[in-house]
Design a protein around this ligand. Structure first.
Ligand code: C2E
Ligand code: MG
Ligand code: MG
Length: 409
């Protein structure tokens, strides 16, 4: 995957742990040449102190050390609180390295690219660039979450109350094919209506929500989206709708039960279920199984908010998903931010490699659209095209008069 180096690298401190002195020296040379302060060690004895006091952004860790190995080290609590990136090193076959990295991810570590020995200078530089992008994408995602958290602090309506008081509505935001700018789908997004008539979004509704609340919400949104899908089809404008679901819904509930009956009917255009990247990766096996089962009912899986969990791209290859939605924190503003642009490009390359549809979320202005058009993706979604709207507005937009309005947009 082509990755462009950032102009202002985020890696300033690195640790290399390898019992082969020459490997330590080689990696250290390359890192130091790039101004990265580097500590090396032949075993993990000093690792806890290094993690706490030296705070490296990346640790290059040999899989097989004299008296220990990476599996044991990754399992130890000293790494469980490590927030930097771990890149494994080994002379073992690449598959083994990838599997070992996947175990690191399962243990909650941020795994960077694995390096196969003998290591070339170009491999180290590629890994550094990837680590830089991972760190950058994480801090962008964090900023976004914090912004959401501030809104949440003034919550007035929770999902639970909304469900109990009948105050929840399902709104839709259309998606468009980039090439033709034709409306091709719509994403269901929950909204709450307060007593005073104010509209409340998920940022407020989900504050303090439990897994059960999110499951109950899905049991409300999914049937409503299926009913709306039918209304659209009956009106002569069938549309494949997307619904956000928590992974627990795929792993523990029986999602097929919701669509089994309608899927046999002539009007059924199919549906897309969106799961966020981090949740999907944490439940890879269960999600993969259900994804396969749902294909029977023309229901496809989409990986939402893609980009934030950049560490585990290799593992996505195991997941039979049809669509990949690039997180809006990387899309909006990508014209003037080389980091965002690099992330968008590499994610779109991956989407093309995996043969799935790519969607760029958060297209807010002409600049975002110009850039996304330049780097190429299949579908677009964002305020530049349409904001989330009540179902009645979507229906109106799809009616012949609505088409005329859209053309004059
Ligand atoms: P998401 O699935 O990534 O949905 C896209 C979010 O981006 C929506 O926020 C949408 O309003 C917003 N958005 C779309 N275009 C733009 C744009 O150009 N600029 C900006 N700044 N924002 C844009 P919303 O509706 O607040 O939803 C937030 C998240 O809440 C969703 O992110 C989704 O993860 C979750 N969510 C929404 N509805 C449901 C639901 O029914 N069930 C579950 N489990 N999650 C839901
Ligand atoms: Mg979504
Ligand atoms: Mg998203």
């Amino acid at each position: 995957m082509p990755l462009s180096p950032r102009e202002d690298p985020l890696v300033h401190r690195a640790v290399v742990i390898d019992d082969e002195f020459l490997i330590c020296a080689q990696i250290e040379d390359v890192l130091r040449e790039r101004g990265i302060e580097t500590r090396t060690a032949a075993d993990d004895v000093a690792l806890p102190a290094l993690v706490d006091d030296f705070a490296p952004q990346v640790i290059f860790l040999d899989i097989r050390l004299g008296r220990s190995d990476a599996f044991e080290i990754m399992r130890k609590s000293m790494l469980s609180r490590y927030e930097g990136i771990v890149c494994l090193l080994s002379g073992s076959p690449l598959d083994f390295l990838l599997d070992a990295s996947a175990i690191g991810s399962e243990l909650g570590l941020w795994m960077g690219p694995a390096l196969k020995k003998p290591v070339e200078e170009a491999d180290i530089l590629d890994a550094l660039h990837a680590v830089d992008l991972m760190l950058a994408s994480r801090s962008l995602a964090r900023e976004r979450r914090q912004a959401g958290g501030d809104v949440a602090a003034r919550s007035r309506l929770t999902v639970r109350d909304g469900l109990q008081q009948g105050r929840l509505e399902v709104w839709y935001q259309p998606t468009f094919t980039l090439a033709t700018q034709a409306l091709t789908g719509a994403e269901a997004l929950v909204r709450g209506r307060t007593e005073e008539g104010a509209i409340v979004g998920p940022g407020e509704l989900f504050t303090g929500a439990t897994q059960q609340d999110l499951l109950d919400l899905t049991a409300f949104v999914l049937p409503k989206a299926i009913a709306d899908s039918r209304t659209l089809a009956d009106g002569g404008t069938p549309l494949k709708l997307s619904v956000n679901v928590p992974t627990s819904f795929l792993a523990e509930a029986d999602p097929a039960a919701f669509v089994r009956d309608v899927s046999g009917e002539r009007w059924w255009p199919g549906m897309i279920l969106e799961v966020t990247e981090d949740e999907a990766l944490a439940n890879l096996k269960a999600v993969a199984q259900v994804a396969l089962q749902l294909k029977l009912y023309a229901v496809e899986l989409s990986i939402d908010d893609f980009g934030a969990g950049y560490s585990s791209l290799a593992r996505l290859r195991d997941l039979p998903f049809a669509e990949l939605k690039l997180d809006r924190s990387f899309v909006h503003g990508c014209a003037s931010d080389s980091t965002k642009l690099a992330i968008c490009k590499s994610v779109l390359t991956l989407g093309a490699e995996l043969g799935c549809t790519t969607v760029a979320e958060g297209i807010e202005d002409e600049e975002d659209l110009r850039l996304v058009t330049e780097i190429g993706c299949d579908k677009v979604q964002g305020f530049r095209f349409a904001r989330p709207m009540p179902f009645s507005d979507l229906l109106a937009m799809l009616s012949p008069a609505g088409d005329a309005a859209a053309e004059s947009r």
